[in-house]
Design a protein around this ligand. Structure first.
Ligand code: NAP
Ligand code: MG
Length: 403
């Protein structure tokens, strides 16, 4: 059988620890034997980031900008302990944060659905994708502790120094707290655009939710921007067979618990932070959560939602058996390949990606899985496989499918 040709280079971002071990295994088992592909390689392992003063991270983001699609391994975000462990020059910033800023992207997380791994919520049958706005609100607020009686005000002074508005926040009779937060029309528009790009690309409907009945300027601005974009995207949405619905956040939360899933749930920063963790745990394991960064101009970076799985890597270093779930990392590759194939107009590549995904799901549904899924699965007969045995089992199924 000849290898399938991938037309455009795929940008590859290598990473750290256990996921770096899995990463190489994925390429050796599932990529190189089947695909004639050019991988534009960037080593985002923490040692090379340190060596290049983090330039490699910037370069990798620019490469995604140029080629359109990238696939990323999980990476260490260094803290003081890591600086000591790897003898780093400094606590380099989160690579994901750097790449997100360069691509002006939004992160979408979506669980992989497996029949014998039931969701915690009975009605959830299809994946709920979460899109979280990643700028502003309380994450960039200013807060003050008020020690005693006095007033707190909110003042807007224009660029020429004229005081335009002064609002009383509160006349304090005793001690208390106050905060001010902000957001930017440009950032909200980029977020909305990325949400519509993602929903159109996945052909899933969009839910957006805020509390605009209470927050008549701040939350209402988000709603207005989304509503306007929904009107602009009306023809594209009709063509894709999807819809846009606006909910009050408390209504959305109530609805989601009775809903079968299968939508993009777009959320403001804080709501997205909270709801993404709720939805992730509701669907089972971190090893089954995929993640994609989408920019408003349609660039895509795929990765697993989990980290470098340090605890498992420590075992691996000691030569012990590990049971790290490779599914989300392999799905990062299939997501990237399917998108590459779609953009290149090469259905063979898309088809290969889908076959590999099917092979994974059928392996788990057939009762073969890593330890993290063992207690969640309702399969009648279950076999625990280690990190490498699992990938071997998937490859057997893949080969049978490709015959
Ligand atoms: P983590 O790597 O996601 O792992 C936390 C725990 O979750 C693991 O110890 C394991 O639990 C379980 N787990 C996660 N992924 C799994 C998988 N594929 N298979 C089986 N179990 C899995 O988070 P962390 O330990 O907090 O962070 C480790 C490093 O990753 C940090 O340096 C952090 O900076 C980095 N990180 C990177 C990203 C990214 O690049 N996107 C995201 C998050 C964290 P058990 O040990 O109980 O089996
Ligand atoms: Mg959170």
């Amino acid at each position: 059988m000849g290898k399938i040709k991938v037309k455009t280079p795929l940008v590859e971002l290598d990473g750290d620890e256990m996921t770096r071990i899995i990463w190489k295994e994925i390429k050796d088992r599932f990529i190189h034997p089947y695909l004639d592909i050019t991988l534009e390689y960037y080593d985002l392992g923490v040692e090379y980031r340190d060596k290049t003063d983090d330039q490699v991270t910037v370069d990798s983001a620019n490469a995604i900008k140029k080629h359109g699609v990238g696939v990323k391994c999980a990476t260490i975000t260094p803290n003081a302990d890591r600086v000591k462990e790897y003898n780093l020059k400094q606590e380099w910033k989160s690579p994901n944060g750097t790449i997100r800023a360069i691509l002006d992207g939004t992160v979408f997380r979506k669980p992989i659905i497996i029949k014998n791994i039931p969701a915690a919520v009975n009605s959830w049958k299809k994946p709920i994708a979460i899109g979280r706005h990643a700028y502003g609100d309380i994450y960039r607020d200013v807060e003050i502790s008020v020690d005693g009686p006095g007033k707190v005000e909110l003042v807007y002074t224009d660029a020429s120094g004229n005081e335009k508005q002064r609002l009383l926040v509160n006349e304090f009779k005793g001690s208390g707290v106050a905060l001010a937060m902000h957001n930017l029309d440009e950032s909200i528009k980029s977020f909305a655009k990325a949400c519509f790009n993602y929903a159109l690309s996945e052909k899933i409907s969009i839910w957006f939710a805020t509390k605009d009945t209470i927050s008549k300027k701040y939350h209402a601005r988000f709603r207005d921007i989304f509503d306007t974009m929904a009107k602009e995207q009306d023809a594209a949405m009709k063509a894709a067979g999807i819809t846009y619905s606006y909910y009050l956040i408390d209504d959305a939360v109530a609805q989601i618990m009775k809903n079968e899933g299968g939508q993009l749930w777009a959320l403001m920063n804080y709501d997205g932070d909270v709801m993404s963790d709720m939805v992730a745990s509701g669907f089972g394991s971190l090893g089954l959560m995929t993640s994609v960064l989408v920019s408003p101009d349609g660039k895509y970076e795929y990765e697993a939602a989990h980290g470098t799985v340090t605890r498992h890597y420590r075992k691996y270093q000691k030569g012990e058996t590990t049971s790290t779930n490779s599914v989300a990392s392999i799905f990062a590759w299939t997501g990237a390949l399917a998108k590459r194939g779609e953009l290149d107009g090469t259905p063979d590549v898309v088809n290969f990606a889908h076959k590999l995904e099917e092979a994974i799901i059928e392996t788990i549904e057939g009762g073969e899985m890593t330890k993290d899924l063992l207690s969640l699965s309702t399969a009648a007969k279950k076999t625990e496989l280690d990190t490498f045995q699992f990938m071997e089992a998937v490859q057997k199924r893949l080969d049978a499918k490709l015959k």
